[in-house]
Ligand binder design. Structure first.
Ligand code: GAL
Length: 993
């Protein structure tokens, strides 16, 4: 869609030169606007250049507006679904995806790296390339991200030296990681012509700048270059590492203006205007590697719906537009799809769902936030002049309390007016006129001539509450010349002298669009109520209307060109999809999602693929010659509409009902608590020293990380010869300190329950009748490991886990401790599900969670159930699903408790641990069972381990719930993973049985 052939001349060209002079801006010649192709380059082996200047990135010399979203493949352990997320992003106008590569996710122990199955990042990067979406690669080594250890492998806790410095042991470890991950990233670079990796981020939010960290940053950059990374290096270190040693080429600003307190979703902080940063950057664009796309929630928090409300549509409108107004051409939103902290991926503080209140739900459902992102995404992709703008001085709007921040493309004069309340949080309902310099830049007596917009008497531009509008002016597209619009621009497509433009506004608000024509054009209102007025003297056609549904106006120019104007309200605008195709972009209205479009010129047909939630219309806006359509591979009947579009009907999905879960098998799961449990195969907790800087110094060492038990529950059994005078024991346990601590430990003496404690240290009283003086007595302690802290300061990611203090009252009997965590420790038996899947509960070690385990000898049970005493109880059930084919039906497992009870549960589907539920903390009750882990066509095993921390625990009502239902072109493959029979031998060998 290059409009380079449009002849310049007439008022437009004059205006452009004068406007440029007026604004005292760059003196580059006036060029017509060029629409962005939007789609990244397809890999065809030809190398490309990636450069940048103070305005934007350029690929092969062409400017791009980078509109990107964060997505963590490791939080979605089902590769078919990666494609789903990437396609959904692409369909909303994102041309970028920002990806953290998680060191610990790939490295279960030193020197071992796994890039297969759900860790196959080659496959992920191929998908990104195939979907035409650029990648901002962020391999750390540190990533933060509310994940265990901030992405550091847990084994790093057993190394010396402070992380994120040049400490030698740390350096050797991270360089080994980079050698492995860089090799993969390098293979997928735009610069090689083999992929879509566009940028490479060095480290993550390192806010300590000193000689050592500068060297460290430079070392990572040098390493990347040595490993073949040739794309620009970026940072997200805000005001740090801007110049000199260690400074990445393109610095970036991370910003979470509303913070993470989702309990008050209406509370807004001040909007920070990044204009001064933009002015200060001399050679690089204003880049937001992480701009708030949602908020993570915490154990006991408000829930993701509130986070989505906090960062909802008004926030997106006001804050993201303000970034565009400040001149940013590189925005990434953290997160666009959050996913789940399955297994033990979460850092202390956050729970399983990492939904993040993002534009796409953890269930992969699209939200109103997604619709808003789409409106902006299409805008920034379709209006090419936006990628190079300067600030344009303006006269303030007529209504006090409102502001207009305007920008102008210095080459072609396209203007962007950003109108909002000066106090971004204001909820006032204001109406105003804005001043636009429309008279071709002419001046009177040296003063700019401003026109009050809108021009129609008795109308105004409305800013109702937390809203912001971008008004586009002096914009040439296709064969058209837009003077301005008070509707917002969503997108345009053009072909062969026919243009289609889609504009939108809030339902019930007035809109005014003015176009330039030399002679009166033919105006046909095809739908809706639109008044038109041609001013022959000015050569302008003014259209006035109220946004309501979809108005359609067909305008025929005297020169044979035509324009179909689609004037939508927000809700209707959200039903449009613009997709790239081999024949240029196409526009579709109707279905829930359009993923793919291909046009065949030989048989004048278009093939569309996507999703529908119900039967309904599909309208294909046809700028070319397409005469027939197929949808998800099947031809669909069409009729031609007065708009020149093709109208068809698509089917909806078949309804689904899920089986109820009313037949369970159950078995007790904490034999370790009993006095006669055989722990001779357990590791003796007798190490004399540790490299862990946080260990309090006493010996022997009980830190579970030192024994290779990094994730999930850990058992300690302490044998002692009782004197009979023991009246109590003080136990201290580390469980992760960050963001509130919802760890717990439960203690037994000779099988008698002593108590549970959610904080680090506690005195437990001992009933003397439970002691066996002079004989072997056993303390058993079960500890929940809530994860390794993020590395926010001073090596705190290495904080130890498990027992650190055990002192009797009334006796100095020595206790000899043994320890058992996940089976095999760093040599876990299940490499497919990997190091984060298994903890140290008995049933986890014995494969009770796996499909194929024989539970026929277990007792029958129904749920809910109440536990008479503290301890672990396992529940299993099998469910065969036969969901309709060709449908994507996200399913969650729900636990309901009538009231809070003292228990926590692990939820395991087909051997994959996908949920940690804490009844008396919350807030999560519904746990996504990612499609592919859950088999839509076949048997499934659900296992739940419930740990009652006191009598009265148990397990609530458990059910499967449908989170969505679409008919789709997406193919979802089951994720291959071993069952009980496959792992039985390894489990036996590893447990020494
Ligand atoms: C940033 C960090 C991200 C993530 C985010 C909050 O500071 O770079 O990794 O932790 O905060 O969700």
């Amino acid at each position: 869609m290059d409009s380079g052939s449009i002849a310049l001349g007439g008022p437009r060209a004059r205006w452009c030169v004068r406007a440029v002079l007026l604004a005292l801006l760059a003196t580059a010649p006036c060029m017509p606007a060029r629409a962005l192709e939007g789609a990244p380059l397809q890999a065809n082996g030809a190398s490309h250049t990636v450069t940048y200047d103070r305005y934007s990135l350029l690929v092969d010399g062409k400017r791009i507006y980078l509109w990107s979203g964060s997505f963590h493949y490791w939080r979605l352990p089902s590769p078919s679904l990666w494609k789903d997320v990437l396609q959904k992003m692409k369909a909303a106008g994102y041309n970028g995806v920002e990806i953290y590569f998680h060191w610990g996710f790939h490295s279960p122990r030193p020197g071992v790296y796994d890039f297969s199955g759900i860790r196959d990042v080659d496959r992920l990067l191929d998908m990104a390339r195939d979907e035409g979406i650029y990648v901002i690669a962020r391999p750390g080594p540190y990533i933060n991200a509310e994940t265990d250890g901030g992405g550091f492998p847990a084994w790093l806790a057993a190394t010396t030296g402070k992380p994120r410095t040049t400490a030698p042991e740390y350096t050797a470890a991270y360089k080994d990681w980079l050698t492995h991950i860089d090799a993969i990233i390098a293979r997928h670079q735009v610069t090689n012509g083999t992929g879509s990796v566009l940028l490479y981020q060095v480290e993550n939010e390192l806010y300590t700048e000193n000689d050592d960290t500068r060297r460290y940053m430079q070392d990572i950059a040098d390493k990347a270059r040595a490993d073949g990374i040739t794309v620009p290096l970026t940072g997200n270190h805000n005001d740090n590492f801007l110049t000199g040693l260690g400074a990445p080429q393109i610095p970036g600003f991370d910003s979470y203006p509303l913070d993470f307190d989702c309990t008050q979703p209406d509370r807004w902080n001040k909007l920070y205007d990044f204009s001064s940063e933009r002015m200060a950057l001399k050679d690089t664009p204003l880049f937001f590697p992480e701009y708030q796309g949602g908020a993570f929630d915490q154990w006991g928090g408000a829930g993701n719906a509130k986070c989505r409300e906090l960062t909802g549509v008004p926030f997106e409108r006001v804050f993201y537009k303000a970034n565009i107004a400040a001149g940013s051409t590189m925005q990434n939103f953290y997160m666009t799809y959050g996913g789940i902290n399955w297994g033990y991926l979460a850092s202390p503080g956050v729970y399983t769902s990492y939904d993040y209140g993002a534009a796409i739900e953890a269930s992969r459902k699209l939200t109103a936030k997604y619709d808003q992102q789409k409106m902006l995404g299409y805008f920034v992709q379709s209006v090419a002049p936006l990628a190079k703008t300067e600030r344009l001085p303006v006269r303030p709007p007529t209504q006090q309390g409102l502001r207009d921040d305007a920008r102008i493309n210095p080459d072609d004069g396209t203007q962007f007016h950003f109108v909002r309340h000066a106090d971004a949080a204001s909820k006032a309902d204001d109406s105003t006129h804005v001043w636009m310099n429309l008279a071709a830049g002419e001046t009177e007596g040296g003063k700019v001539v401003y026109t009050s917009v809108p021009q129609q008497p008795d109308t105004a531009l409305r800013i109702n509450g937390r809203d912001s509008k971008i008004l586009l002016a002096h914009y040439r597209f296709g064969s058209q010349d837009l003077v301005y619009s008070t509707s917002e621009w969503m997108t345009q497509i053009s072909s062969g002298g026919r243009d289609i433009a889609l504009l939108y506004g809030r339902n019930g608000e007035d809109g005014e669009t003015v176009l330039r024509y030399k002679a009166a054009p033919q105006v046909r209102v095809l739908a809706g109520q639109v008044a038109s007025h041609f001013d022959a003297k000015a050569g302008t056609l003014r259209l006035n209307y109220r946004h309501d549904g979809l108005a359609r106006v067909l305008i025929g120019g005297a020169d044979g060109t035509s324009l179909l104007l689609l004037l939508a309200d927000d809700a209707t605008a959200a039903t449009f999809w613009q997709l790239p195709s081999n024949e240029g972009p196409v526009l579709v209205r109707g279905p829930y999602l359009v993923r793919e479009a291909a046009v065949s010129t030989t048989d004048a047909s278009a093939s569309l693929k996507g999703d529908a939630t119900r039967p309904g219309e599909l309208e294909f806006f046809n700028p070319g010659t397409v005469k027939s359509l197929s949808w998800n591979g099947r031809a669909i009947g069409t009729s031609v509409t007065p708009s020149g579009s093709l109208l068809a009907q698509v089917d909806g999905p078949l309804p689904v009902t899920l089986p109820t879960l009313d037949r369970w098998k159950t078995h007790a799961g904490s034999p370790e608590a009993g006095p006669r449990f055989d722990d001779h195969t357990w590791a003796r907790a007798n190490l004399a020293s540790t490299k862990n800087p946080y260990w309090d110094g006493h010996s022997p060492i009980w830190n579970s990380d030192d024994y290779g038990f990094h994730h999930g529950a850990v058992w300690y059994r302490g044998h002692f010869k009782a004197t009979g005078h023991e009246t109590g024991i003080i136990l201290g346990v580390y469980m992760g300190v960050h963001l509130g601590n919802h760890g717990v430990f439960t203690v037994w003496l000779n099988g008698h329950y002593l108590g549970s404690n959610p904080s680090s240290s506690q005195l437990f009283n001992i009933d003397p009748s439970w002691l066996q003086p002079g004989k072997d007595n056993v303390l058993a302690v079960l500890v929940d490991n809530m994860g390794h802290n993020q590395e926010e300061r001073n090596g705190v990611s290495k904080e130890p886990h498990g027992l650190y203090k055990a002192t009797f009252l009334g006796s100095d009997a020595a206790i000899s401790w043994s320890i058992q965590g996940n089976l095999g420790g760093e040599d876990g038996v299940d490499a497919v599900r990997g190091p984060f899947n298994d903890g140290g509960l008995y049933g986890e070690r014995e494969g009770w969670s796996l499909p194929g385990f024989d539970d026929s000898s277990w007792k029958d049970a129904t749920l809910p159930a109440t536990a008479a005493e503290a301890g672990v109880q396992w529940y299993r059930t099998n469910v065969t699903l036969d969901l309709p084919t060709g449908q994507d039906i996200p399913i969650a497992l729900k636990i309901d408790d009538a009231s809070e009870r003292p228990y926590r549960a692990l939820i395991i589907i087909n051997g994959w641990q996908v949920g940690r539920y804490i009844s008396d903390v919350g807030p999560q009750h519904e746990f996504e069972l990612p499609a592919g882990l859950l088999h839509a066509h076949g048997p499934n095993t659900i296992a739940i381990a419930s740990w009652s921390t006191a009598a009265g625990g148990g397990l609530g009502k458990v059910s499967l719930v449908v989170q969505g239902n679409v008919i789709t072109s997406l193919k979802i493959d089951d994720v291959a993973a071993p069952g009980y029979r496959d792992l039985e031998g390894k489990m036996k060998a590893s447990s020494g049985r």
